[in-house]
Design a protein around this ligand. Sequence first.
Ligand code: F6P
Length: 543
Amino acid sequence: MSRSALPAWQRLQALAATARTRHLRELWGEGERAAAFSRQAGPLFMDFSKQRLTDEDLAALLDLAGACGIAEAAGALLDGAAVNTTEARPALHTALRAAPDAVIEVAGRNVIPDVQASLARMDSVVSRVHSRQWRGWSGRAITDVVNIGVGGSDLGAYMACAALGEFAAPEAPDLRLHFVSSIDGTQIADLLGALRPETTLFIVSSKSFTTVDTLSNARTALQWMLSENDDAELLLRHHFIGVSAHPGRMRDWGLPEANQIVFWDWVGGRFSLWSAVGLPLALKIGMAGFRDMLAGAQFMDRHFRTTPLADNLPVLLGLIGVWNATFLDIRAHAVLPYDGRLKFFPTYLSQLEMESNGKSVSRAGQPLGYSTCPVLWGEVGPNAQHAFYQLLHQGTQAVSSDFIAPVRRYRQAPQNGLQLQHQLSLANCLAQSRVLMLGDACVENGSAAPEFRRYRGNQPSTTLLLDQLTPYSLGALLALYEHKVFVMSVIWDINPFDQWGVELGKQIADATLQALALGSSGDFDASTEALLRHIRATGGSAP
Ligand code: F6P
């Protein structure tokens, strides 16, 4: 049965018709709304009292979750059922952070020993680099590590390295981590100019090991090395590590077995930070820190599996997302961390959410008759206040938001003003969500202002407070969003674990490269032909 034919769905449509005519202000009566619409789980406190939701709406959403079999779906995901139906495989990122004595089977084989062996392999690389035993071809220790990857093989580790800089491993406080992803070569060219080949280690991270963006950057890195020493085998052994689900392709590229760390096709790219794709992060914060992050995620996996729906953070966050996007027709979602260390979190989340749920057909291949994933973007909140908040406050479009902030700084430093800055940030976080909720009703005579100074409010938001930003709390936060995405997919009846939508563009780019590089004529549309002609005429296809 189509989701929209479910009685719970239809009830929600009726409730949404009323909700659309009601202002968030009106929801604040006598009751204990703040307490009723907030939950704590481990290091995370989630306040959703600023959502456009009544008790009745929430109860109906929970009914929908029950009718869609959320609890059973969560069990199937965590137990390793083939939930990725178009690729006939499980999505077992949770196995990567499961307890060492857990038993999770894929095709009748327990995968946990493989997971532990891969962690041990990461551990060995990390301790050899940190103890300066991993040396470059000339005998010098490694000072710089460059991760070459894109999408899920880049964004998670990049985001987490920026978030957890304060937790740099004491054994190697000076080790520098760099990330290169863009296909055009500008990033790697700039970076190589500042590095020394003898002391640089590259991690070539690609689940498929076919991604042209990554392989072209890796080739450029190898050529740069070869300009110093022409023994490719020696350079590959001392300066390149491969991370992939395809050992054969790594070998064909020239990577010796000892320099390969594998993961498995049952780990989705955007869910792979917990695997060896997290190696750059483990090098940054040490294996102990990396394991803390796994533990935080494992906590959230347990919470997701065992907590009743009404108190289950990923379920609630997912239901709120569906309520806003599908029932209230809010098509944009902002992610606003009030902590500069989480600068890249919105970008990471944009892949996680939009590549997973940016779909328009059901699991059975039928067109869905409702809106799914909103456009998700974001920025560090205080910076965004000076950039795009104008639209949130006075634009024409409804936008939902997640405000995210740590309550305490990890290392308080009251002497040098950092504590005050932290409080400034928190104050801004609360102030902005309040104004977005109430509009000019939060100041006396606000409604008497001229139109250009009016704030209509009614923009819903959730506030997520971490007790502090640590590897553990970050792990819990990331797993919360992973499961939120899964919950939404179950309600929308979507497979969130494939990404067929990115394939056609790759094929067409191959054909276009032939036309550009070899001057061959292809079967292009008139617009593309004209652009190709312009590029050729202005020197863009010269070698
Ligand atoms: O093209 C999209 C995508 O396949 C993402 O899903 C993935 O995270 C990224 O490319 C990188 O893929 P790979 O790790 O195989 O290089």
